[in-house]
Design a protein around this ligand. Structure first.
Ligand SMILES: [Zn+2]
Length: 381
């Protein structure tokens, strides 16, 4: 084990350089082609066959998901290692700064450690595994597009390109060792209240104000924590054009998340029922819809995946921290395809802000973890 730790530290310069190289390639959701080409070439250099699916075409993006598989026959079931290629705005023109063993952006953009840290870790782990010699690592790699845009890349993934039944998504905050073993379902909903317009001063008695109807419905709804595993929120409200018009139309959009699949749908329905009831009482109409955006997952402690993850984390000298999250990752979608997945902490901090940063130590620990996941999956020490 000590030898391998030394190997990781020898890779320090290379890992930092590769991280900085990749964050400088612009890669907004739907515009990942340049970064996809670069990581595809890197996978080939490592000795993988590279496949691209057509996910981007489904939603107007310029690239599909990138999939890497080892050349040669895998002798055991592969483990899937996943990270995403896109990043949130402002994420173009990033100039990474290394200071005191921590990497930050130049201050005017995000850093994109979310999720270049995941990509870098997987590439470095693969190189190390390859350096062991002639064996064919039992691993598949998935770099998704448009994760930040409602997990679209994963949603349109061509699963026929993958054989893995389990995997790890390198895309969670917190230190290396943190493992998201449970994540929620999300249901989104919209309600449009249609009242009747009239002049607000000349004949207001002829109007039905949709804003007032909507606010009556909302006044009794539970916002925030609905129960200890469920949250609800209305985050968008649009309506009205002039102060002298009784507003006849207002649209509200919201979401419910829950660790319990059924609860998410039930609470969303209750929200929509409230709008219908208030509309009905006021002589207005409420048009509603709700849709499941992703399903939750929960991975059991005794699963083969969790044994592998726990051992691999142990080999990095850290302790596994299993946690439940209220956020979603590609792991939500992959689980719904029957690929049992957890999300792993990769050490990035303050993501989706210009203060985003990552400690070099975490970048190296992630790479080491990727290496131990690959080798541990086929019984290498
Ligand atoms: Zn991410």
């Amino acid at each position: 084990m000590k030898e391998r730790l030394t190997d990781i530290s020898l890779l320090k310069e290379q890992v930092i350089d590769e991280f900085c190289e990749l964050v400088q390639i612009d890669s907004q959701p739907g515009d990942e082609a340049a970064l996809a080409d670069v990581v595809a070439e890197k996978l080939r250099e490592i000795g993988m066959n590279v496949y691209r699916d057509r996910a981007g075409e489904a939603f107007g993006g310029n690239a599909g998901n990138v999939i890497g598989k080892p050349t040669g026959v895998m002798k055991s079931e592969p483990i899937l290692l996943c990270a995403h290629l896109d990043r949130v705005a402002p994420g173009n023109g990033i100039s990474p700064q290394l200071k005191d063993n921590r990497i930050t952006s130049g201050g005017d953009t995000i850093l994109a450690a979310d999720d270049v840290a995941g990509i870098t870790a997987i590439l470095a782990g693969l190189r190390l595994a390859r350096s062991l010699g002639s064996f064919v690592p039992a691993v598949e790699v998935l770099f998704t597009v448009s994760e930040e845009d409602q997990l679209k890349g994963a949603k349109f993934l061509d699963c026929s390109l993958l054989e893995s039944k389990m995997g790890c998504v390198f895309d969670a905050s917190g230190p290396v060792g943190r493992v998201i073993i449970q994540a929620p379902s999300q249901v989104k909903f919209d309600a449009t209240v249609i009242g009747r317009s009239a002049h607000a001063a000349l004949n207001p008695q002829d109007g039905i104000n949709a804003i007032q109807v909507a606010s009556k419905a909302m006044s009794d709804l539970p916002f925030g924590w609905v129960d200890n595993v469920t949250t609800a929120n209305i985050g968008i409200i649009r309506g009205g054009e002039s102060t002298n018009v009784v507003c006849d139309r207002v649209t509200l959009s919201g979401e419910v998340r829950s660790q319990c699949d059924k609860n998410a749908e039930k609470v969303a329905s209750e929200f929509l029922t409230a709008f219908k009831k208030a509309a009905n009482e006021a002589g207005a109409i409420a048009e509603t819809n709700q849709r499941v955006m992703y399903r939750g997952y929960k991975i059991g402690e005794e699963s083969q995946l969790m044994h592998l993850v726990k051992n691999a984390i142990g080999k990095t000298g850290r302790t596994m921290i299993p946690e439940t999250s209220m956020g979603a990752t590609d792991a939500n979608i992959l689980n719904s395809y029957g690929i049992q997945c957890v999300a792993l902490g990769v050490g990035y901090e303050q993501v989706h802000s210009t203060c985003e940063s990552i400690a070099v130590e975490e970048l190296l620990a992630s790479a080491e973890l990727a290496y131990h996941l690959i080798t541990g999956n086929q019984g290498f020490a």
